[in-house]
Ligand binder design. Structure first.
Ligand SMILES: [Fe+2]
Ligand SMILES: [Fe+2]
Length: 213
């Protein structure tokens, strides 16, 4: 059935997505958690601090990804692009769930600033979307590119013994690279260098904060 949604219906659906991302369990794909059958290990205090800090950063990054994709969906002019990005957005839900699961296993909590990251990223996603599809896709592509680099850095820093976190981050890096390529394929524009630099600076502030709280 092809039902028409009123603006209020759409608003409620967007609000549902937002609340699930920050407080609940967002809809995931059929894929298994990459850490599912991986053996856990004992970490000393120093290692645990490092791993929880990194995984909290990754979790907060995924909260931002939720918001960015939502902002994109709210503003996308081309329904075909929106449909294609839906799968990528769902993969972000997987990432969110995997990171949250790992943090729970480690007895750590997610960032207290998650709602704040969500709102900030939603604003950015909507702003980019209002500028037009090619800019919002460009913004998405550049975000995914920077996230992939972050994750690759984390793979070097994670303790070798922590095969569970490593398995999750590895799969995330593969997915984010795919998301970047998708956004470029769909017409994402190459962002001006100052914007890219600003994005890097913003994410630095965020990651430094989230590492601790
Ligand atoms: Fe992700
Ligand atoms: Fe992604």
């Amino acid at each position: 059935m092809n039902r028409q949604y009123t603006p209020f219906d759409s608003f409620l659906m967007q609000a549902d997505t937002a609340l699930r991302a920050v407080f609940g369990s967002p809809k995931v794909t059929e894929r298994p958690n990459p850490a599912e059958n991986v053996e856990d290990c004992e970490l000393d205090d120093k290692q645990k601090k490092l791993v929880t800090g990194l995984m909290r950063i990754n979790h907060a990054g995924e909260v931002c990804a939720q918001a960015l994709y939502q902002g994109q969906a709210m503003t996308a002019r081309d329904p075909e692009i929106r449909a294609k990005l839906e799968r990528a957005a769902q993969e972000e839900n997987d990432h969110l769930a995997w990171c949250e699961g790992r943090l729970k296993e480690l007895g750590a909590r997610t960032s207290v600033f998650d709602p704040f990251w969500y709102v900030g990223s939603l604003g950015l996603g909507v702003a980019a979307g209002l500028a037009g599809d090619k800019w919002s896709l460009g913004f998405l592509a550049e975000t995914e590119n920077q996230v992939t680099k972050h994750l690759e850095g984390h793979l070097e820093r994670l303790p070798e013994a922590d095969k569970k976190s490593t398995a999750i981050v590895k799969q995330m890096a593969i997915d984010e690279k795919g998301h970047e390529q998708l956004a470029i394929r769909e017409g994402g524009a190459d962002l001006p260098k100052p914007i890219k630099e600003m994005m890097k600076a913003t994410s630095k502030v965020m990651t430094n904060t989230v590492y601790h709280i």
